[in-house]
Design a protein around this ligand. Structure first.
Ligand code: GDP
Ligand code: GDP
Length: 464
């Protein structure tokens, strides 16, 4: 129940680096056999709970210049034809080249599924290259650093729905596969940015995190239970060790079950190691993170840490306060909660706070609505013209500072990514911009374009 991913692109963009990262130690090296040119490498790859075959079109570096074009084309075409999905990689530092265009043409003609990755994108030096990649017309590029392991989460997010499709097709001959937790995925392996081309029926990825006994298992069982009532036993629910897919009020969602992950870990006798990082893992793989609090002991240190982590990782956050059924003075309690939320988590301003009872099911409809809305906001794209009209207004209302008598000029703003929304402002002396002015802009974006509760990234870039 697997698929094949080919990594294609011109030499030196970082294909092998990504290949090695996906394959790790598990490389099934096809040895150099006489008469066989070893220019396509194949390996068994893992990314999160995904297992697939990866093909690397390496081996081009030794080719002399005049034959490069022809061989490269043939090799790439072969890889593309062998693969279910192609990852087309460009180098964001050098920007697009004529050779990249040759590859893009091949892919447009021959490949059903293309995922675009702008590699070497660590740091601001790559911003322009990432922007340029849009012009290939192959969708929104993943901002990637194969070397530093950035962008793998977004790669996972793009592969997941396609993998589901392939799994669907192969299900007949491969009944149940128990998926184990990938021990190799850790903090630096998947971070950051990006977006994806819209895919129909792609499940919204939700992690439910919170302290032990907050009610995570009860909540997930309640969601499954309600679905069962609506759709019959087990219908529409597929489950593996760490996630389950469900149609919650008609919205396909994949829920990452951290409590389930812990149970699984127990079996593997790695309880200690995993219980520390299971919340972290779930955050990495989620689009929306539901921080589940116990109403009796809300906003404990551990809750604050995970909420802050989710924000820093650029995830949409929904705060759910559980065990609301045993609260007595609900109005007073709600005021206290809101006050504590604003004071303790200012970085999540405007994020929804929903009261629920996992036990009785009260409030779950509101939780579902909050998750869907948070996801919409997280995906929002604001047109460039509207942004620049807005920027002019902001500048008039509150002109930028003039350190050492030279006013910082803000020339242009554009949204470079979604999930979460990210913006680039072209300006003079970005290094002299005080944080307070950047905050003014971010808060303005949040208010004026109605993006409460989602992390907003704003990058300043100098004119080159
Ligand atoms: P390939 O020819 O496309 O397979 O490229 P390689 O994987 O051999 O990488 C080419 C060069 O780019 C090597 O020196 C890598 O170390 C470097 N490289 C790969 N990925 C990154 C990255 O994310 N950032 C930076 N700065 N360098 C990278
Ligand atoms: P987990 O460790 O986060 O998965 O928490 P559990 O789902 O195992 O729940 C811990 C305890 O809290 C159990 O005794 C549940 O019955 C109880 N519990 C969970 N949700 C609620 C709720 O909404 N109301 C009440 N009163 N108890 C709850």
């Amino acid at each position: 129940m697997s698929f094949t991913l080919a990594i294609v692109g011109r030499p030196n963009v970082g294909k092998s680096t990504l290949f090695n990262r996906l394959v790790g130690q598990r490389l099934a090296l096809v040895d150099n056999q006489p008469g066989v040119t070893r220019d396509l490498r194949e390996g068994a790859a893992r990314l999160g709970d995904l297992r697939f075959t990866v093909i690397d079109t390496a081996g081009l570096e030794n080719v002399t210049d005049d034959s490069l074009q022809g061989r490269m084309r043939r090799l790439t075409e072969r890889a593309v034809d062998m693969a279910d999905i192609c990852l087309f990689m460009i180098d964001a530092r050098t920007g697009l080249t004529a050779t990249d265009q040759v590859f893009a043409d091949i892919l447009r003609k021959r490949s059903a599924h293309v995922i675009l990755a702008a590699n070497k994108a660590e740091g601001a030096a790559a911003d322009a290259g990432v922007l340029e990649a849009y012009s290939l017309g192959l969708g929104e590029p993943i901002r990637m650093s194969a070397e530093h392991g950035e962008g793998l989460n977004d790669l996972y997010a793009q592969l997941m729905p396609l993998a589901d499709d392939f799994a669907e097709r192969a299900r007949a001959d491969a009944p149940e596969t128990d998926v184990t937790i990938d021990e190799d995925i850790d903090a630096d392996e998947a971070i950051d940015e990006n977006a994806h081309r819209p895919t129909e029926a792609r499940p919204l990825q939700v992690a439910v995190v919170g302290r032990p006994n907050a009610g995570k298992s009860t909540l997930i069982n309640q969601i499954i239970g309600e679905e069962r009532l609506l759709t019959g036993p087990e219908a529409g629910i597929t489950r593996d060790a760490i996630s389950l897919q469900v149609n919650w009020d008609g919205v396909p969602m994949r829920l990452f079950d951290t409590a389930g992950m812990r149970r699984k870990a127990k079996v593997q006798e790695k309880l200690e190691k995993l219980s520390v990082s299971d919340g972290l893992r779930a955050v990495k793989f989620a689009e929306v993170v539901v921080v589940l609090l116990d109403a009796a002991i809300p906003f404990e240190q551990q809750d604050l840490r995970i909420a802050d982590l989710a924000e820093r990782e650029g995830r949409a956050v929904v705060i759910a306060v559980n065990k609301w059924d045993i609260e007595e003075d609900r109005q007073q309690k709600l005021r206290d909660l809101r006050e504590a939320f604003e004071r303790l988590l200012p970085q999540l301003r405007g994020a929804p706070l929903v009261t629920v009872s996992a036990k009785t099911g009260r409030g779950l409809d509101r939780l579902q609505a909050a998750i869907s809305r948070a996801h919409d906001i997280w995906n929002r794209r604001v047109p460039t013209a509207a942004l620049n009209r807005w920027l002019n207004g902001m500048l008039e209302q509150h002109p930028p500072p003039a350190p050492q008598g030279r006013r910082i000029k803000l020339r242009y703003i554009t949204q470079v990514k979604t999930r979460p929304p990210g913006f680039v402002v072209m300006c003079s002396h970005p290094d002299k911009m005080p944080a307070s002015y950047t905050r003014y802009l971010v808060n303005g974006l949040r208010e004026d374009f109605d993006m409460p509760g989602t992390p907003i990234r704003l990058h300043l870039r100098g004119q080159s």
